[in-house]
Design a protein around this ligand. Structure first.
Ligand code: NAD
Length: 519
């Protein structure tokens, strides 16, 4: 079936360059502008989450391959860092056009490897594309500062200069968007980058590499290695890598932040979440219910900004039956099926974890208002599907509340007042996102002022900031001090160099050596 599978791949002719034509398809490395077959003897199977049939095998890069990737990026940095911002801007414009042209191809690959619906996969690409579009403003974004005449004939200028070789480590849930948060920003600032995409769906990254080639990016400025823990540790330890961008789970993020920082690297680490939606009784009922259901179950709950916890304030609890009813009508299907609302989970292990946490909620006393555990998708019986599930009357000490479920499960609770809701959310260790639904401006203002969460929506369920701002998850959802993309992204991928200079028409008049510190 592998051969048949290969013939029916939907990723387009370009894929031939990074999948072998032998009987078992393999994902290539991308080193110095070439798609190369790994010499490894360790491979990770990548199954389609809707069928669990093998799509490709992903290599665990060898030490030599990883070293070659970093050495190539270090060499390429020598010339790339000297290119003009206008040159880099021009290449970003090219890349933007190519990604736009190929959105559907990228989306097809994402659906095949990751499982999300095609329409959602297009959103994945679009949100990454917006970062590339923002990078096209590099001629303004990378401006330094200056102050003329700080002393006689003396001026101060600061420049934002690149760091060197950087690295990007990405999760499975946004195979296009998150790599696009990283390499375009790193490159446009004059850095080079070694990417380590998720071993569970690296196909979109490989397609993006083809696009950088077509756009005219020089060889070696962006490289791709594959693997899991060992490849990540290699990145954390390699002395030529100056900075690491990571997005993924708490466990990996904490490890990478600590190991990378200890080795003197700059690290930004976006991690897990438990995002609460507060439903006030004065909210616009129709749109609130629809927004809540969409944000809880979209992408099968596998979004770091999924609204996975509902907090009903006062009489708003009367809407719960309607929420359950609307959730029960969502279509669970293979991502390519027209009208599918949610696809499968990434793996059988992910499904098992979701089922375990739902059961723990039941065992600990929550009300199971909707049970999607036995959902069947005709023709896809082997897929990792879970249908929308609602656990109500969840308490803060239950496992289904303390752990990130990362599946199509809405946990909900009732409180009496807005203050109670704020207290509950501020006591949760995560700070990625939250939302309030209300028609009262004063309520919204109090919430946005008192809540200790980095990204807040007011009648907006998934408040992911556009790339001219930054992704500002906080507390347990982030380690580091400079966030992803936007101004903070530019700061992350550059360092400041300050020049104090004196140019006098005549002799500067320094008549004798002065040993006192200048005042
Ligand atoms: P993951 O941590 O399992 O994998 C992310 C990357 O880290 C992969 O490239 C993987 O190879 C590597 N990795 C995994 N475990 C490791 C370990 N122990 N040591 C070293 N490297 C390791 O994450 P995932 O399951 O792919 O993604 C889902 C998680 O990512 C969720 O927790 C989700 O909330 C989070 N996420 C966060 C954001 C955000 O911006 N805050 C965005 C997307 C996803």
């Amino acid at each position: 079936f592998l051969v048949a599978k290969q013939l029916t791949r939907v990723v387009g002719r370009e894929s031939q360059r990074f999948y072998a034509s032998a009987s078992v398809p393999t994902t290539k490395l991308y080193i110095n502008g070439e798609f190369v077959e790994s010499k490894t003897d360790k491979w990770i199977d990548l199954p389609n989450p809707a069928t669990n049939e093998l799509v490709t095998r992903v290599p665990v890069s060898t030490q030599d391959e990883m070293e070659a990737a970093v050495a190539g990026a270090k060499e390429a940095y020598k010339t790339w860092s000297k290119t003009t911002p206008l040159t880099r801007q021009g290449l970003m414009f090219n890349l933007q056009n190519i990604i736009k042209r190929d959105i559907k191809k990228l989306a097809a690959n994402i659906t095949e490897e990751q499982g999300k619906t095609l329409v959602d996969a297009e959103g994945d690409v679009m949100r990454g594309l917006q970062v590339v579009e923002h990078c096209c403003s590099i001629t303004s974004l990378q401006l330094g500062e200056s102050l003329q005449g700080i002393a006689k004939d003396m001026d101060l200028v600061s420049y934002r200069t690149p760091l060197g070789v950087t690295a990007g480590i990405t999760p499975f849930n946004f195979p296009a968007m998150i790599p696009l948060w990283m390499f375009p920003m790193a490159l446009v600032c004059g850095n080079t980058m070694v990417m380590k995409p998720s071993e569970r769906d690296p196909g979109a990254t490989m397609m993006l590499m083809e696009m950088t080639q077509e756009a005219g990016f020089p060889s070696g400025i962006v490289q791709v290695i594959h693997g899991a823990h060992d490849s990540v540790n290699f990145i954390c330890d390699n002395p030529d890598i100056k900075a690491i961008s990571f997005v993924g789970s708490d466990q990996a993020g904490t490890h990478i932040y600590e190991r990378g920082s200890k080795n003197g690297k700059r690290v930004q680490s976006n991690m897990g979440a438990k995002n609460h939606g507060v439903i006030m009784p004065d909210a616009n009922k129709e749109s609130t219910i629809n927004q809540l259901v969409g944000a809880a179950f979209g992408a099968a709950g596998q979004r770091c900004m999924a609204l996975s916890t509902a907090v009903f304030v006062g009489e708003a609890k009367e809407w719960i039956p309607e929420i359950v009813e609307r959730a029960s009508k969502l279509s669970v299907n293979v991502g390519t099926a027209p009208g599918a609302d949610l696809g499968p989970l990434i793996s059988p292990a992910a499904k098992e974890k979701v089922l375990r946490l739902v059961q723990s909620g039941v065992d600990e006393g929550a009300d199971l208002l909707l049970d999607g555990r036995d959902v069947q998708v005709p023709g896809y019986e082997k897929g990792n599907f879970v249908g929308p599930t609602v656990l109500h009357k969840v308490k803060p000490d239950m496992q289904c509340y303390t752990e990130e479920i990362f599946g199509p499960v809405l946990v909900s609770t009732e409180v009496d007042t807005l203050d109670d809701a704020i207290e509950l959310i501020n006591n949760n260790p995560y700070g990625n996102g939250t939302a309030i639904f209300t028609t009262n401006g004063a309520t919204a203002r109090k919430f946005t002022q008192e809540i200790d969460v980095g990204q807040i929506g007011v009648n907006v369920p998934i408040p992911v900031p556009l790339p001219m701002f930054s992704f500002t998850g906080s507390r347990g959802s982030f380690r580091g001090d400079t966030n992803f993309y936007g101004k903070q992204g530019i700061n992350f991928y550059t360092q400041v160099k300050t020049v104090t200079q004196m140019w006098s028409q005549q002799d500067a008049g320094v008549s004798k050596p002065t040993t006192a510190f200048p005042k």
